[in-house]
Design a protein around this ligand. Sequence first.
Ligand code: ADP
Ligand code: DAR
Length: 336
Amino acid sequence: MTNPNPGGASLLAKHLTPAVWEALKDKETRYGVRLIDVVASGLAHPESSIGVYAGDEESYELFAPLLDPIIAKYHGFGPDGRHTSDLDPAHLDAPNPDPEGRYVVSTRIRVARNLCCFPLGPALTRRERRIVEATVVRALASLEGDLSGRYYPLYEMDHATKERLIANHFLFKEGDRFLEAAGLNRDWPDARGIFHNENKTFLVWVNEEDQLRIISMQPGADLEEVFARLARALGELERRLTFARSERLGYLTSCPTNLGTAMRASVHVRLPRLPEEKIKAIAGDHGLQVRGTHGEHSDAEGDVYDVSNKRRLGITEVEAVRQLSAGVRALLAEAS
Ligand code: ADP
Ligand code: DAR
């Protein structure tokens, strides 16, 4: 089990001072979210890198004395910032960095979304979570063309199918200790599931860490094609659903690391000749983070690394993908 924060203190530990605790400990949002709920995961797991999860939109205002410094540290985004989005594929200039497929195994771009007028995952009741599922599944059922597909509720999925989808990077893992402590796995597997099209290039996770994780992915390094499919899908879903977002923070998510674009654009890249520390150094120089072959809290297998944008707030979607493109080019230049 990897430690996401070897040796370091979580951002919660750094910013939950006695003064902040005194100021916020008796506050409660209209959905009943209290400070102890927001910090529960980081208190249960001191090895957390961040340690907090918001229970609703109001949490980001009511508990701002704790959450704003954490947001500023992670995203470099101050309390007076205003997030802007740009999902126009015409603005993206990110030609395929590996057209011969020598290094990049696959590309995946995902965004998190939550429905407006509901709490976020940690504060959803079982009934609310089922309403979210039904609302999202109804919207997905009306998608057409290459975005059309089928929804698979988790409780109907046999173990072998689940394991195969997880191993092939299509389905979320289960039992994350940080999500468990945040209350995000409550009533599992009720109202959780996955939607995907025929060839699994467009997928939507329902009620995992966020209420939707909307994913475009395919083999190879055609960042522009993956981005265009995601942008098209988001346009269709925005016509059918109203997502939680704020002027200041963009799209709202349970973990503050996912605010703003809520986008993680990643490549699986095989780099057998580069030491991991060198890969992390080059990625870091380009604002990128390195995860293992099976995503967060996993190790690399067969020299395949998950390289993705770190910042999601105060940067547009186009800028995030351009950042990934530039970082991948730097890695391939070093690897060849
Ligand atoms: P998230 O992407 O939602 O933040 P994870 O880091 O756990 O969460 O990744 C989710 C899944 O997506 C994992 O199975 C991971 O291996 C897979 N994944 C991430 N990037 C890629 C990629 N470029 N190609 C294929 N699978 C990927
Ligand atoms: N492991 C938790 C979450 C960090 C960000 N990743 C998310 N949100 N999946 C931590 O605080 O380290």
